[in-house]
Write a protein that binds this ligand. Sequence first.
Ligand code: PEP
Ligand code: MN
Length: 339
Amino acid sequence: MIIVMKKGASKKEIEKVSKHIEKLGYQTHPIVGVERTVIGAVGDQDKERLKALITMAGVESVMPVLQPYKIASRSVKKHDTVVQVGKIKIGGKKNFAVMAGPCAVETKDQTLKIAEKVKAEGAQLLRGGAFKPRTSPYSFQGLEEKGLKILAEARKKTGLKIVTELMSVDHAKMVAKYADVIQIGARNMQNFSLLKVVGELNKPVLLKRGHAATLEELLMSAEYILSRGNYNVILCERGIRTFEKAYRNTLDLNAIPALKQMTHLPVIVDPSHGTGRKDLILPMAKAAIAAGADGLMIEVHTHPEEAYSDGPQSLTPKEFAHLMNEIKPFLQAAGKEII
Ligand code: PEP
Ligand code: MN
């Protein structure tokens, strides 16, 4: 249920209503809007008792949230969530975020070189996995903490913020120590224990859509994080599995405007994993911006032919520079800016 407070309801009235909701056994999630505050009441108690809140001072209406995802729902919060990472703003009408870097942190030299290159071309965040979810146990699994330390060094040298994947509950504290944004990969989108843990961290989370997940399932996973009090969730469309074999995944561009209707959370697009083909990354990046994306995640490697993982979909710094230039008119048309 949501409790919509009247325009100009006082802080005291909001507090009193929140306390009362909690007394009834619900969790409260205050959503402070430009005009009014809405209080989300989440729980499985009898809804009838909440309806009586209409009699309290400052309450305008008490309404059910029809979607199974509550806090993530656009019906609860009309305006876009803007996730702040240092000075970078992800989400909202005008902001655009670019995260770029290698699939995996391989060596210090490789990571620092790539970081400098992507920074020079205007990326604001450095991506790179220190824990890699690989299909084969014989493939490179990542440098773990050594890799995280390299990422931290790259941040120090370039000022880029770090987005890196967390694969296991056991490593949550360690990854949170180094990362600015914690990535939950496609394979872990429904690892509910992991979602609960990142929901309790005070760090933005980039949640990637599972290979075979519906948008509703993606939003239910986001809800796990939000319902634990971490409201800084960024969604990422990264391609789904279809019958088409001409590319690694099918980038679902429908997801961008559809998610924008369903949720207030920012939506970014990863055309690198979404296509698996470097020749398709630029056109799909343009299409993603045209469809309303709030940002891009792009894999870049100075030597894609030597990459430990995802070489075929990694752009060289020169190709990345070309992409950054080519997307400019699309950003302008969308009224977005990389700040
Ligand atoms: C990645 O971004 O490094 C990655 C493994 O992506 P995904 O989880 O989308 O496959
Ligand atoms: Mn990759």
